[in-house]
Design a protein around this ligand. Structure first.
Ligand code: SF4
Length: 416
């Protein structure tokens, strides 16, 4: 097994995804050429719908990091940020982005071009500390960009009250006023409605696609997780709805025909934490012994329906809830989410990716491990790695642990 590897995909629509990705980055490049205002922002909040409704170009630097990792450019970016004094223990997204924006930014070997410089920066006031720090650095690196400093309370999903929502709605209005002022454009309410409806349709399709993974055998695995790209960059557009409809149709057909990822699915696995973006092939590794990664923590981030009758309120709630859905939740809630997913997806074993550079999602994994054993009798294995930095991933160690884990699971299930 190689240190860096692409995953083997079984969905035909995986090919269509390459086109969606290429078109998005082409659109970003064109925006810079045509003078369409470009805004850099964190993912998973209501700003994307407002940008698309106002015909502005949203750019997601955090999402650029997995792209750099997939194309083998992250090591160069790490070298630059580490040379500037950023510790190797910090989040890989942060180190990659800082290295990228302080590096040449347009490497000749980057098939998707470069990110256009931002005219606007939406700086988050929530999420994890690294994500906030990334935007503080971006503000310094692009001093001509107009900065909107968002101010949203960080509330656990179950504790969001009416006054939190009212405040978040006022923040959405403040964002709209800011964008109108700095771009000279207006927000058309009907266009916003249409965008929120499209965004909600994408969420509904996402949920439907995920639900087909409960079938035995599962029609698609974590190796196809790249489809998440449309949820990050294209929510609120027809592109996302059309693409996800094609994925849904294909997955539904496979489920109906009992077409699994591999001919003989024996063991169903759950992957906790972020994938290894430089080696999505890891998800296929278990297949030689009949193991399929049926579900993962990360996909829950996109499972959020919007109230299309009240677009401002819908976007306010989305902004309040999205981060806390995965990365900023209590350990109790994380345990509950993993245990519930294991029940729903009929999981036999859990792979806990102990992610060296994402503390928020790694915290509490030993508690999760204990709860899985005590409550469901489901064994788990810890894989030490990093979502961005391949230097923190040992292939030999991974293989040894994964093989032993699979042997044990097969023995437990089939008494071999
Ligand atoms: S949640 Fe983890 S991966 Fe995401 S920005 Fe924060 S530390 Fe980095």
């Amino acid at each position: 097994m190689e240190k860096t590897k692409k995953s083997t995909k079984r969905l035909k629509t995986a090919k269509a995804l390459n086109q969606v990705v290429a078109e998005y980055y082409l659109e970003c490049t064109d925006a810079a050429k045509t003078g369409k205002p470009v805004g850099w922002m964190p993912p998973m909040n209501g700003a994307i719908e407002i940008f698309y409704a106002m015909d502005l170009q949203p750019v997601f630097p955090e999402n650029w990091s997995p792209v750099c990792a997939a194309f083998g450019l992250a090591p160069k970016n790490f070298e630059i940020s580490e040379g500037m004094g950023y510790s190797r223990d910090l989040c890989g997204y942060l180190r990659n982005l800082i290295g990228y924006v302080y590096g040449p930014m347009d490497p000749a070997d980057m098939p998707l071009g470069r990110l256009p410089d931002p005219d606007i920066i939406i700086s988050p006031g929530g999420g994890c500390i690294p994500v906030m720090k990334i935007f503080h650095v971006l503000e310094q690196r692009f001093p001509n960009a107009k900065v909107f400093s968002a101010d949203l309370p960080q509330i656990a999903v179950g504790e969001i009250k009416k006054h939190h929502i009212e405040y978040a709605v006022s923040e959405i209005h403040r964002l709209v006023d800011f964008l109108c002022e700095v771009t000279g454009r207006k927000l058309n309410y009907d266009k916003l409605m249409e965008t929120v409806i499209l965004s909600d349709q994408a969420c509904a399709l996402w949920d439907e696609i995920m639900s087909f993974r409960k079938y035995v055998p599962t029609p698609f695995s974590a190796a196809e997780i790249g489809i998440m790209f449309v949820m990050v960059t294209r929510q609120g557009t027809r592109t996302a709805v059309e693409f996800l409809t094609r994925v849904r149709d294909e997955v539904k057909e496979r489920a109906k025909n009992h077409t699994g990822v591999i001919p003989d699915e024996k063991i169903r696995l759950f992957w906790d934490n972020i994938p290894l973006w430089y080696n999505l092939g890891v998800f296929n590794y278990f297949e030689k012994m009949g193991g399929v990664v049926v579900a993962e923590t990360y996909s829950a981030a996109w499972s959020l329906r919007l109230d299309t009758d009240h677009p401002f309120k819908a976007l306010a709630l989305k902004s309040l809830m999205s981060y806390p859905l995965v990365s900023c939740v209590s350990i109790e809630r994380r345990k509950e989410m993993v245990v519930n997913a294991c029940r729903e997806y009929a999981i036999d074993g859990v792979v806990l990716h102990r992610n060296k550079s994402c503390v928020p999602i790694t915290l509490g994994q030993m508690d999760i491990k204990r709860k899985l054993e005590e409550e469901l009798g489901i064994p788990s294995v810890i894989i030490d790695a990093d979502h961005m930095d391949e230097r923190n991933f040992s292939v030999a160690q991974f293989q040894t642990r994964a093989d032993a884990f699979m042997e044990m699971l097969l023995d437990k299930k089939f008494g071999r």
